[in-house]
Every structure is written in structure tokens, then in C-alpha cells.
Design a binder for this molecule. Structure first.
Ligand SMILES: Cc1cc2nc3c(=O)[nH]c(=O)nc-3n(C[C@H](O)[C@H](O)[C@H](O)COP(=O)(O)O)c2cc1C
Length: 448
């Protein structure tokens, strides 16, 4: 098919300056006709009137409050920008960074970009229901908060902000063994929340047992055992920043304080920073992990844990199909595909890539154990893609920490709102109104 030109062309007025336009037929083949066909129609200019401007003038009083800034952020990346401005470099890098060359983290984020959604049309998407069941209970949204250590260092509201925001949103919150608030304090801060406890098994079995008992007593229904931390990953940003626990006051940190007075004021006027579940420690995170955690752990230890813990047991840090099958065989109620946010082994498998194979293998084994996933999630669309490819639930690490560093509790609320809004919009545009209706047909993996 060839394009045809309309022989009736609106040409520029001969009497330029007047408000009139003339319409004259183009002569087929004439130079005038061809040139005019490519020119836009003449526009009339006029002197603006004040009355026309009035409705356009919507000057608002500029708002510089923390809340206003958070509200203006509409992506997790924007929260990260605010977080970076408000947090000293060492704690920001501790959160933002990953191991070695940070290849794993980059690939994990890229994996979510390397997809194409396949929307269905003409479906009723007037209401989008994001509720889902996970480990025997309902969660209002299909994601929860991943365990993160040393959270009060990022912002002094730390674990309290995370657990209370999760409670308000109706989603699970996981407290880390390396948390800076105790199991009991988190239970008191978020009494109606669904609190999970993450365990690093360590050499001293009696102390692990004590923690497990405290977690059960405080009402935690799920124990999440992390198995990807036999030794510490090489987090080079921490090495370069000389990051220690607690943060050391050096000339550099004192200078840093002058740009981030609010962080330092909070830091110095709240409870001193300690690992609530560990004995008092000073030194680098890597040294702490290497001295506390047990590189001799095996499947026998998982069996011990299975016998000891009566609630739901999930294993975090699964990175192969074989291990996914094996931990379920050993009695895990659920698995988390995770490479620890790229903070342990660099060039590790990417959970999102593993997902289809793992879900197929567990299905073939007739397993009902939910498959959860973390690492690299920076938007609600990432979570939708993971659910479509077979994940039952997602966990967010940095996404909530960026919110926390940007604005404490309000910042974590904002993270959850952004992700919820993203998911609602993405599902509506995909033509899907509830989580259970997402399936692999909604996602096409692009080849790099
Ligand atoms: C600052 C920080 C501290 C973390 N601490 C722990 C921890 O104590 N225990 C654990 O199992 N995982 C820990 N993780 C890993 C997270 O639970 C989660 O696997 C990871 O953050 C997911 O990747 P994402 O940050 O891209 O969402 C930590 C992650 C970050 C960023």
C-alpha cells in the first residue's frame, strides 16, 4: 500500500500577519503542492490575555517536609536517592553494596528487566485483589520484609519501623539474628503483626536453641534459616569505607556528619547500637560472621532444626534445583530462592532465572511447599513477573531499607505503597485481577 497525499492542502497565507488562512488545491506534480504537503498547517498567533492565564496558574506553597519529599517519590529508585542524601556513606554503602564486583546484584536486577509482559485485553480489572496465602495465613500483599542485620544503623527507627509498617500493611516482617532490636521488643512494637524470625545457626547450639525458644514464645509462627552464609562475602565497599560496628568516629565520619546532621542526631540520642540477639561486639561485619557462624553446617543440622522448631520452617538461600528438592525432602515447609541480595557469592545463580526450573521440579515431586524469592526487586512489576513465573511470595530487602533511610517509618510505608501501586497497575494492564490468575503465559523471557 502506498501513501497518498490529500490534494486539498492548507497553505501558508499569502497575506502573512493576517488571521486568515487560505485553502487552495495543489496542482498534481507542482512544486508548490509538494512543498506545502510537508509543511504544518499555519497556526494563528495572538496576544495572551490575563484571563487565559488564570486557570493555568496553580502555584502551590513549596513543601520541604520529610513527608512531602517521600510523597513525591514514586519509585524505589527515587527513595534510594533520598536515602543516599540523608545517610552517611558507610551505612548507605553497607546497605546498597554487594559482594566483590557486585555482578550478582546487577544481574539480578537486570533479570527483571529482561522480560516482556504479555497482556490480555477486554478483561474486567475494576478491582485488583493482591491478597495471597503464605505458610497457612493470609497476607494482604504477596510480599514481605526480608531479614536485614544491623537495621538501626541505617536509620535509628530500624526494626521498629520495619515491623510496624509491615503490621499496618498486613504483610509478614522478618527479624534477623543480627537485628538491632530484640525478638521481644519487636513483638511488643508490632503486637498484631505477623513476625517471622531469621536464624543463623551458629557453633554454640545451646544459644541457637535459646533464640528459637524465645522466637516461639514471642509468637513468631515461622522460622527462616539462612544457609548461604558459611563464611562472609567480600563486601568491598565496607572494606574501603573501613566500616565497623559500631561506626567509628574518624575524621571522615565527623566530616560526613556535617552533611547529615539528622542521622547523627538520631544516632547519638537513641539506644546505643548493639546486636540484640548476640553478645556485645565490636569489629567488622565480616569478622563477626566469620567468628560466629558455623562453616561445618550440614543437612543433619537442618534435621535437628526441623525436630526442634514446631512452627513453619523455611530455608533461605536456595540456589540450585537439587537443593530445593532436598530441603523439602528434609521437611522444610517452604523455600526461599535467594543469593542474599548478591552479598555473599558473586556470580551466583539469579533467583528469578532459577524460578521456572525449581517450581517445575517441586511440582513433579508433588510438593506443596511454597517457593519464595528475593534479590533484585525494585518495583511492583518485578514482583508481578516473579509471581507469574511461579513464585508464591516475594521478599524485599533493600527496597524497604531505602525507604527506611529516606524517612524512617514513613519511608517504609512509602516503599510498601509504591510497590502496591505498581503491582495494582501492572496487573490491571495485564488484564489480571487476582494473584492466583497470574501464570507463565503473562511473561516472555527475552534473550540477551
Ligand atoms: C543491609 C542488609 C543486611 C542483610 N542482613 C541479612 C541477615 O541478617 N540475614 C539474612 O538472612 N539476610 C540478610 N540480608 C539479605 C536479605 O534478607 C535479602 O536476601 C536481600 O536483601 C534481598 O535482596 P534485595 O536487597 O535486592 O531485595 C541482608 C541484606 C541487606 C541489604
Amino acid at each position: 500500500m502506498t501513501d497518498t497525499l490529500d490534494p486539498k492542502i492548507t497553505a501558508a497565507p499569502a497575506n502573512a500577519g493576517s488571521d486568515e488562512t487560505v485553502t487552495r488545491p495543489a496542482q498534481p506534480g507542482s512544486a508548490v503542492g509538494q512543498r506545502s504537503a510537508l509543511q504544518p498547517p499555519a497556526l494563528k498567533r495572538r496576544v495572551p490575555k490575563v484571563a487565559d492565564l488564570a486557570p493555568l496558574m496553580q502555584f502551590k506553597k513549596p513543601e520541604f517536609s520529610k513527608t512531602a519529599r517521600l510523597k513525591r517519590a514514586s519509585t524505589i529508585w527515587e527513595l534510594r536517592d533520598i536515602a543516599k542524601r540523608r545517610t552517611p556513606q558507610a551505612p548507605f554503602d553497607y546497605t546498597d553494596g554487594a559482594a566483590e564486583e557486585e555482578i550478582t546484584l546487577r544481574r539480578a536486577r537486570q533479570a527483571f528487566q529482561d522480560i516482556e509482559f504479555r497482556p490480555g485485553i477486554l478483561r474486567d480489572v475494576s478491582t485488583i485483589d493482591l491478597r495471597t496465602d503464605i505458610l497457612g495465613k493470609e497476607s494482604r500483599l504477596p510480599f514481605g520484609i526480608a531479614p536485614t542485620g544491623f537495621t538501626r544503623m541505617m536509620q535509628s527507627e530500624g526494626e521498629y519501623a520495619g515491623s510496624q509498617a509491615a503490621e499496618a500493611a498486613g504483610i509478614p516482617y522478618t527479624l534477623s539474628t543480627m537485628g538491632t532490636a530484640s525478638i521481644e521488643d519487636v513483638a511488643t512494637a508490632a503486637p498484631n503483626g505477623r513476625n517471622w524470625f531469621q536464624l543463623y545457626l551458629w557453633t554454640d547450639r545451646a544459644r541457637s536453641l535459646e533464640l528459637i525458644e524465645r522466637a516461639a514464645k514471642a509468637g513468631n509462627d515461622t522460622l527462616m534459616v539462612t544457609v548461604d552464609t558459611a563464611v562472609a562475602g567480600a563486601r568491598l565497599r565496607d572494606v574501603r569505607n573501613g566500616m565497623t560496628i559500631p561506626p567509628a568516629l574518624t575524621l571522615k565520619t565527623v566530616l560526613d556528619a556535617s552533611y547529615r546532621p539528622a542521622w547523627w542526631f538520631n544516632f547519638l540520642t537513641h539506644e546505643p547500637l548493639t546486636f540484640a540477639s548476640l553478645s556485645r561486639y565490636t569489629g567488622t561485619v565480616a569478622d563477626l560472621i566469620n567468628s560466629m557462624f558455623d562453616p561445618t553446617l550440614t543437612y543433619e543440622d537442618l534435621d535437628w532444626l526441623r525436630e526442634t522448631w514446631k512452627g513453619k520452617l523455611v530455608v533461605k538461600g536456595i540456589q540450585t534445583v537439587e537443593d530445593a528438592r532436598k530441603v523439602v525432602d528434609h521437611g522444610a515447609d517452604g523455600i526461599i530462592l535467594s543469593n542474599h541480595g548478591g552479598r555473599q557469592l558473586d556470580r551466583a545463580p539469579i533467583p528469578f532465572h532459577l524460578l521456572p526450573e525449581v517450581t517445575a521440579a517441586l511440582k513433579a515431586d508433588n510438593s506443596k511447599a511454597p517457593v519464595m524469592l528475593d534479590t533484585g526487586i525494585m518495583s511492583g512489576a518485578d514482583i508481578v513477573a516473579a509471581l507469574a513465573l511461579g513464585a508464591d511470595f516475594a521478599l524485599i530487602g533493600r527496597a524497604y531499607l531505602y525507604g527506611l533511610m529516606a524517612g524512617g517509618r514513613e519511608g517504609v510505608d512509602r516503599t510498601i505503597q509504591i510497590l502496591e501501586k505498581d503491582m495494582t497497575r501492572t496487573m490491571a494492564l495485564l488484564g489480571v485481577s487476582k494473584v492466583a490468575d497470574l501464570n507463565p503465559d503473562h511473561v516472555r523471557l527475552l534473550q540477551r
